[in-house]
Design a protein around this ligand. Structure first.
Ligand code: AMP
Length: 261
């Protein structure tokens, strides 16, 4: 496919800031069905920012023609899409999932949506973050590739597009691994892939005028029946206070007493 016909979708998720250094503490809802999200600050998932940056760089290198930021969720997802537009994405696609249904939306359904979109938009590369920092699932890229039956390059720290081939350097436990994928393919961005740019004020202003199309999952033939039932969400047990010891001998004695050595 020639570059001027290549649309580059990038999936962006909106996450609660409960894990950032400025985080609020996570609170379990009184009915134990989940965690409180009302009144909690949200932003674009940091790995999605990296994926957007990579997509924008592909456009700057004239390897793709248009960057499309896609987000599935309630109305507020449009703020996340606007952030991507301010970073350089050309248009947005909001797959509207009402707040109530969003509570049980899992990577399974998001992957089905992304796979359906990839087919509908006729794309040959899908970019995602490696994981969302609120649920830490790390599943959506892999499941999307499986639904599409496309090769995947997850935890990417370097991506080189060369014609219909993609070289992906990936971060694995033992170090780095390089894989060569034939397009179409799915890539998920890891931390060292790039350093995302800050949106400048003029670009934030320009982003307000860019188009966000709204579609429903049913328009894509995806139904959102939950596959997972949440039985109960509980706070972790309170940590017991530690014991201070004066000497190494005391420490060894305490460890013996508690049967740990
Ligand atoms: P996860 O599998 O939930 O850890 O998410 C991994 C990646 O999938 C994220 O970084 C996003 O790129 C994408 N993703 C997950 N949920 C959504 C969503 N609701 N809308 C758009 N993209 C999503």
């Amino acid at each position: 496919m020639p570059w001027w016909r290549r649309k580059q979708p990038v999936a962006v998720s909106r996450v609660s800031k409960t894990k950032s250094p400025f985080s609020e503490t996570v609170r379990v809802k009184p009915d134990k069905t989940g965690v409180v999200t009302d009144g909690v600050k949200h932003s674009m998932n940091p790995f999605c920012e990296i994926a957007v940056e990579e997509a924008v760089r592909l456009k700057e290198k004239k390897l793709v023609s248009e960057v499309v930021a896609v987000s599935c969720g309630p109305q507020q997802c449009q703020e996340t899409i606007r952030t991507a537009l301010a970073m350089g994405a050309d248009r947005g696609l909001h797959v509207e999932v009402p707040a109530k249904e969003y509570e049980s939306l899992s990577p399974f359904q998001v992957s089905k949506i992304l796979a359906a979109l990839a087919k509908k938009e006729g794309v040959n590369l899908l970019l995602l973050g490696k994981q969302a920092i609120d649920d830490d699932c790390n599943q959506t890229g892999q499941m999307t590739a499986a639904f599409l039956d496309w090769p995947q390059g997850t935890f990417a720290s370097q991506v080189t597009l060369d014609g219909d081939w993609l070289k992906v350097e990936r971060e694995v436990d033992g170090g780095l691994e390089t894989v060569r994928l034939k397009l179409p393919a799915v890539v998920t961005a890891d931390l060292r892939l790039n350093e995302p740019r800050y949106a400048t004020l003029p670009n934030i202003m320009k982003a307000k005028k860019k188009k966000i199309e709204v579609v429903k999952p049913s328009d894509l033939g995806v139904e959102l029946t939950p596959r997972v039932t949440i039985v109960s969400v509980e706070d972790p047990p309170q940590r017991k206070a530690g014991v201070k010891v004066e000497t190494v001998e005391d420490l060894v004695a305490k460890l013996r007493e508690s049967g740990r050595i």
